[in-house]
Design a protein around this ligand. Sequence first.
Ligand code: SF4
Length: 297
Amino acid sequence: MEAIDVDKAEAVADVLKSVGVRRDSYLDQRLYPPPDDPPEDQLAYFVSMVAIDHRTSLWEPFEGVVGGEFFHGADALYRLGRLAYGRGFFKAEKLAELAPSEAEHLLTIGGRRVWDFHIRVLLLRDVGKKALRNGGFERLVPRDSLKRLKEALRQIRAYEDPVEKKALLLAKFLDGRKLADFKDLEEADVPVDNHLSRIAYRLGIADVSYDFLESGVEVPREEDVRLRQLVKTAWKIVAKFADIHPFALDDYLWSFGRRTCTRERPKCDVCPFREICKAHALQRYPPEHLHLITWYY
Ligand code: SF4
């Protein structure tokens, strides 16, 4: 039976306090629009890009060189998105009628389409239609209340996830870019993806059987939702103990999961958590639970 280990959460929080967790401002011009652009355009970009920001690599990695620079995974997606933004791609009326041929330049890198190309085209079309129905992106997206934002996003297929990964990721971008001024930031949580699940299991804050995680058996949707809810709550407790905002914690963990606590060959020798880490103590490094076919995260 899975549980949250509150003592471990407190120990993780103590380490986090000492490493200096900082917010990103999401101003990298290779990935995001200029901050002085009209809010409608910036919102169109972030609502659309987050809508298609889920697992990019399945059969083969989504990566390649763009403009002389190598990009992988979500970075590759946002790099292509930023170029598409420069071409005026993210307009509600265009998205609503998007044809697969028009999405090739956004969803193809290194000569390979992203694994669920047609699903992402449909998700973008749905975003465009919902924006049109609401009178544009500024009207679609409430920016004074996180609670209202989450409610409004439920009308969009891409944002259906009960664990709200994409809704919370969008909120994090809007808050960090000062495109929103949420009065109820205490409603925030971390957007739970594979990195956050894997790190939570390895540290032991979400106490899930290593035999189960290492079995490689794919879980059904309800089980996936239940496990990610557990992970979300575990990180909320860590954030409270550490007095760190969940959005800042997510910035830290996302980068930590890509650079240090990687799926294969985690770099425990340079990890600040190694003295308290369950995986390191057991010398077993399970991956995240397996749930492959989804557009939720
Ligand atoms: S000690 Fe190793 S397994 Fe544990 S959190 Fe750090 S990198 Fe991950």
